[in-house]
Write a protein that binds this ligand. Sequence first.
Ligand SMILES: Cc1cc2nc3c(=O)[nH]c(=O)nc-3n(C[C@H](O)[C@H](O)[C@H](O)COP(=O)(O)O)c2cc1C
Length: 308
Amino acid sequence: MRILVLYYSQTGQLRDIIDHCLAPFVSDPLAEVDIVPIVTRHRFPFPWSNLEFFNLFPESVNGIPFELEPLGVDRSKDYDLIVLAYTVWFLQPSVPISSLLQHPNTGQLFKGRPVVTIIGSRNMWVLAQERVKQHLHRLGATLVGNIALTDRNKNLVSIITIIRWMFHGKKEAFWFFPPAGILKRDIEGSSRFGEILHHHAATGSYQGMQNVLNDAGAVNINPSLLLLEHRATKLFRMYARFISAKGDFTSVERLGRVKLLSKLLPLGAFILSPITTLSTVIVSILKKKALARQVDYHRKNDLSENPY
Ligand SMILES: Cc1cc2nc3c(=O)[nH]c(=O)nc-3n(C[C@H](O)[C@H](O)[C@H](O)COP(=O)(O)O)c2cc1C
């Protein structure tokens, strides 16, 4: 079994998930696991400055690719499985991963291969995965599995802790808040998904694997958060257009609009989010069946039976 893992992780959280999840492969002498980080020419800082974080918004939302350093992949190897591990930036796959999926050389690598995605995000990843599904389909790859780990704390709590983590590099618990990010025990427990994956990879058949992963808790979708994600995506697209109208990533002219976003987005999260949460609860009761169909669709890996 030859497995290629492609990933981008800033703080190491996603790398930690990969290491736990793929432990059953690493301890198997018959498996060869190559773990390759994706590196952009432009290095994104951590912790982030306010301006750098929000200036990346339009490129993230619109999936505009950045230049990549040469991929450290041995092209002579015939991989049996690709694991694409990614985080979510502004409801889209992170810029390094989005750039990889649009890179001219990526086609050859992915074409005809089974792919498993591993996601490590705050709590909104579903529409980013739709974008990844579309890229993989275009590249001729087959998405055979998905594992999504999220921060299971309340939405507002995770917003507060992630802001402190991303802008000040502080992940530990403070006051009555929990540590930022995904629970340690969820990360450690992800090796059970790896065991399911290992079993299927060893037989070479991924039929029915996603159902087994889902039963083990690999993909949990909260219908209210899904509604919120749809609404936010529409607003994000509008605001991304508004900023991009003033120039690209390097443009100084757009910084006024970027600064405005840095005020509006937290305001939106703290003031509008509780109101929208209330309205999404009402909508999720009224549209229970339609939402259930959407959740069902997002727990699968193909693009057919799209309920939208
Ligand atoms: C610029 C930026 C935007 C983010 N936007 C989202 C988001 O829309 N949804 C989400 O669930 N997580 C979001 N996150 C959290 C990341 O998905 C991820 O969990 C976190 O950055 C840690 O990942 P790491 O392994 O790269 O350190 C964002 C993080 C960054 C840096």
